[in-house]
Ligand binder design. Structure first.
Ligand code: TNX
Length: 493
């Protein structure tokens, strides 16, 4: 039976199968746009039990004897009939071998990720790994399928973040949102404000020594992401969650006194003050620096949990930060609270807070032109504990078991929200109670794969019992790769 996460749109199983113990990748026409893709495809497929993939001769379509050909080819007609998604693809496995076609290179990577999961492991020593004949036509439900990682509370560096990108891309997620600053640390080099990372990155909530991404690290991270067609959306969180900056610059405080460093886990106590002379230059510097370092179109300005500020001052902050980001050539993203202020059309607003509340302001903002990303905390906050006795994470939004992350419908999250304003879904992992890389992955997996299916798969293609079976199969890949995950009692592993 076909076993792919996220569930593809159209799958027609055939009757035979092809051996894939040796696969020969042929990338046709990819040299100008994605020269690395054939090599990446070979590496991804070689990570599967019983498969050795190579891409020796990009010019030839003849596989060496004994090897099965995997052809990667651009084709505007690929994908489900009528789909215009740039991520659409088709995958055909038949007696001729394996052919992936896609409108753009990103779709070919998606096809390879699908193929990776279709491999049936060798049953005995002599049996080759194989893939059953099948025709897949696939495209995503939403264009934005993300994961937000908080590297401010606990710092995770380049290696861990590259591994996070690999896992995200395996389930066809396409956005890595990095929460780079918070009360506990400033985790990105800002060339015009070098003191920030220098003086405010030496600790974290885990009692560790903290750290930060240099611009070279950030460059390398974006390169790794780009090869997997993942966009990085960096966030500087203002005007609250800002103690890491007020610790460095006393002139951001009304009394002129720099605040103490902070490694606790309270929220909502720190803030900027708009009318201080130092405030706007600070914001201009850090947002402009970040925009210049960012390849993608978006920069996130935070805006959440500003508990000690009058609405009028808050609205002026939102207006100013939107303007600074636009002036630096990027599009603003903000947490849901920003929708209480007048927004420019096209700003993306990220819903998160699942406490009961009147969300008319969010619906009105969407009707006025905001695009909405859904991150309902009680479904996709992957720092929530799985069960009451779970040793990692928090539980302010409730316990979030695998099924909670799987069984929800984006169109039903915000009552009255026009469904065509939904840009997509994004999981988030906050790291106040997640001290290590293994802890991080234990919180991400398996739940991230469930959120990926919510964002990608057509609602009528979703099925919890079937997902349970598929996710159990993915555990083999995680074990082989040495990636930690939680063996939730909801799944027969
Ligand atoms: C709420 S979500 C926050 C974060 C915390 C998180 C813990 C959001 C926009 N703000 O500052 O880390 O809860 O789950």
């Amino acid at each position: 039976m076909v076993s792919v996460i996220p569930q593809p749109l159209q799958v027609e199983p055939g009757t035979g199968h092809v051996p894939v113990a040796t696969l020969e990748v042929h990338a046709l026409g990819l040299e100008p746009t994605a020269p690395w893709l054939a090599d990446l495809a070979a590496r991804l497929l070689s990570s599967v039990d019983g498969v050795a993939a190579t891409h020796d001769d990009p010019a030839s379509e003849d596989a060496p004897s004994g090897a099965t050909a995997l052809v990667l080819r651009l084709d505007a007609h690929a994908g489900p009939v009528g789909s215009t998604s740039p991520e659409r693809y088709s995958l055909v496995v038949d007696d001729g071998g394996v052919t992936a076609t896609a409108a753009e290179p990103v779709g070919l990577l998606h096809a390879v990720q699908t193929l990776r999961q279709l491999v049936e492991a060798p049953r005995s020593g002599d049996d080759p790994a194989r893939v059953s004949h099948v025709v897949v036509h696939d495209a995503p439900r939403y264009p934005w399928r993300g994961l937000s990682v908080d590297v401010a509370r606990t710092f995770f560096g380049l290696d861990a973040l590259r591994a996070v990108i690999d896992v995200a891309a395996a389930y066809k997620l396409n956005v890595l949102h990095l929460h780079l600053t918070d009360d506990q640390g400033w985790r990105i080099e800002s060339p015009s404000r070098p003191e920030l990372a220098k003086l405010s990155s030496g600790s974290d909530t885990s009692g560790g020594k903290g750290g930060h991404l240099s611009l070279a690290d950030f460059r390398a991270l974006q390169d790794h992401a780009a090869e997997r067609f993942v966009r990085v959306v960096p966030e500087i969180d203002v005007p609250g969650h800002i103690n890491a900056a007020t610790h460095v610059y006393g002139d951001l405080m009304p009394d002129g006194v720099a605040t103490d460093a902070y490694s606790g886990i309270e929220v909502g106590f720190s803030r900027l003050t708009l009318d201080l002379p130092a405030t706007e230059p600070f914001l201009r510097d850090v947002f402009t620096d970040l925009a210049h370092a960012t390849d993608g179109e978006h920069v996130h300005l935070g805006g959440d949990e500003v508990l000690k500020m009058e609405p009028a001052e808050y609205a002026r902050f939102v207006e100013l930060c939107e303007r600074l980001i636009l002036e630096a050539g990027k599009k603003p993203v903000a947490w849901q609270e920003a929708a209480k202020a007048p927004l420019r059309p096209g700003t993306i607003v990220q819903y998160w807070d699942t406490h009961p509340m009147d969300l008319t302001y969010l619906v009105d903002a969407a009707k006025a032109g905001a695009r909405i990303i859904l991150s309902p905390a009680n479904r996709v906050y992957l720092d929530m504990k799985y069960t009451a006795d779970f040793g990692l994470g928090q539980e302010w939004a409730g316990l979030v078991e695998v099924r909670d992350s799987y069984d929800w419908e984006p169109e039903e999250v915000v009552p009255g929200l026009p469904v065509d304003t939904i840009e997509g879904v994004e999981a988030a992992v906050w790291t106040e109670r997640i001290p290590t890389r293994d802890a991080l992955f234990t919180m991400l997996l398996p739940r991230l794969s469930a959120v990926a299916e919510v964002g990608w798969s057509a609602p009528e293609r979703k099925d919890w019992d079937d997902y349970r079976r598929r996710v159990a199969r993915e555990a083999h890949a995680w074990r082989r790769a040495g990636i930690a995950f939680h063996e939730s009692a909801q799944v027969d592993w």
